[in-house]
Design a protein around this ligand. Structure first.
Ligand code: GLU
Length: 475
């Protein structure tokens, strides 16, 4: 089907409609699942710099089939209602696809954080949080924000504290937002979570030779070349883990001020540090600098990993993309029209609603941790170590009695005897979630050729699950 460029929200709706066609549901229910339930717009004034400055913020709730509803809060000058609603819808389907028991929501504040001092940002954030909390749009049992573009642990800590001040007797107050710093009720592994999820998603994809072949690739992740767009929290961690742990080679990095390429591989950590010190990638010596960075999206590589903004791949450049496999680490980096161009060209896309679900998955673990008021692993870690120790002692004893001259290596002993702490458990839960999410999606993709691609398959699984939950409530 041919269609011209749609807005971000219409793009998501288009993808929804395409998948919904394959499910037999009452038309009314499809409509109910598709629409955004509500979007709250707030304009508030903050006294600063000798005057009053007005800010505009949003919190959109897409679906409340499960509560709380969940999704990040974005700080960017480009934030608008259409974008926030598209992102909230994506949260609904993302959570459903990876079986996170939340509805979908998203928030945003029209602000360029770089224009304000830390003290000013704190006042603005607290005021925004106050406006949202007052209307239960921040609430441990109803709506739980998290970081997104332009926000992080610091903003989440301010919001949690603001909610706590407004709800002094709420024992679960800390569960009102996720992505908090560890000392403020956060969880190990949340910062790296989305990037880690991208790694697990690719590892799972490469476990299926048939899927790999569909992308005209072969073998595993080892030695694969990757071009990454955006070295923010998600892109940085994904690139780091892929290069350090999976043997992939990062041959291109695209940032706002240009791009770097090096066929022998770029040093992700060094470049990350260079950006922190210099405000951009320009001047970095370990690669060729390309002023028109977006051009590198069209570079030769095995895997293209857009981890920046929505709409990076559009009708403008889709026909020139060379990567046979694209993993959408960002939300909505490929427009609906570009999606079809790529699909017709046989390019495989691992879609956003699955690929970047690692963040909300670990957010879910954080929320559970906050509600249970105990760190994961606290009860069982030493018990597990004791049992492993016992097994090793018994085996050593048996070997000795049977005169078998064997010894465990110290590396094995160290790894085997250690009980799982919070970070190990978080990673294990995340890996499991990403594997199962992919399997659910690929099962539909493989068994129903008319579905056509992984994105439609992912939406199909998600819509079916949301529908089941509505139907279970008698709707
Ligand atoms: N902002 C992230 C996303 O788009 C995380 C959301 C969350 O943890 O609630 O998925």
């Amino acid at each position: 089907m041919k269609h011209s460029e749609l807005s971000f929200r219409d793009s998501v709706e288009f993808m929804f409609n395409r998948a919904a066609k394959f499910i037999d549901l009452p038309t009314g229910l499809k409509e109910k699942i598709r629409v955004t339930n509500s979007t709250y717009t707030v304009r508030f004034g903050v006294r600063m710099r000798g005057g009053i400055k007005t800010f505009t913020g949003y919190r959109s709730v897409h679906s409340e089939h499960m509560e709380p509803v969940k999704g990040g809060i974005r700080y960017a000058p480009s934030v608008n209602q259409n974008e926030v609603e598209a992102l909230a819808a994506l949260m609904t389907f993302k959570c459903a696809l990876v079986e996170i028991p939340f509805g979908g929501s998203k928030g945003g504040l029209c602000i360029n954080p770089a224009d304000y001092s830390e003290d000013e940002l704190e006042i603005i954030t607290r005021r925004f949080a106050y406006e949202l909390a007052k209307r239960d749009l921040i609430n441990p049992s109803q709506n739980v924000p998290a970081p997104d573009m332009g926000t992080g642990e610091r903003e989440m800590a301010w919001m949690a504290d603001q909610y706590g001040r407004m709800n002094t007797t709420d024992i679960n107050a800390r569960a009102c937002v996720t992505g908090k710093p560890l000392g403020g009720g956060g969880i190990e592994g949340r910062i790296e979570a989305t990037g880690r999820g991208v790694q697990y998603a690719l590892e799972e994809f490469f476990r299926y030779p048939k899927d790999v072949a569909a992308a005209n690739l072969s073998g595993g992740l080892e030695g694969k070349t990757v071009i990454v767009q955006g070295l923010g929290n998600v892109g940085y961690h994904a690139a780091l883990f892929l290069s350090e742990e999976c043997g992939a080679k990062i041959t291109g990095i695209i940032e706002v001020d240009g791009a770097l390429s090096n066929d022998n591989g770029l040093d992700v950590n060094e470049i990350h540090q260079h950006i922190a010190n210099n405000g951009g990638i320009k001047g970095y010596k370990g690669g060729t600098y390309i002023e028109n960075g977006m051009k590198l999206l069209e570079g030769e590589c095995d895997i293209l990993l857009p981890a920046a903004i929505e709409g990076a791949i559009s009708t403008e450049n889709a026909s020139r993309i060379k990567a046979p496999l694209i993993i959408e680490a960002a939300n909505g980096p490929i427009t609906a029209a570009a999606n079809d161009i790529l699909r017709d060209r046989g390019i495989i896309i691992i879609p956003d609603l699955y690929a970047n679900a690692g963040g909300v998955t670990v957010s879910y673990f954080e929320w559970v941790k906050n509600l249970s008021h105990i760190r994961f692993g606290r009860m069982q870690r030493r018990e597990e170590e004791g049992r492993n120790q016992l097994l090793i002692e018994e085996l050593n004893h048996l070997f000795k009695n049977a005169n078998i001259p064997v010894e465990f290596s110290t590396k094995f002993l160290r790894r085997f005897s250690r009980g799982a702490g919070e970070l190990e458990l978080v990673r294990s839960g995340l890996d499991d979630t990403m594997r199962l999410g992919y399997q659910a999606m690929r099962e539909v993709w493989r068994s129903r050729p008319e579905v056509g691609d992984l994105r439609t398959a992912g939406f199909l699984v998600a819509i079916r699950r949301v529908a089941n939950s509505y139907q279970a409530k008698g709707m």
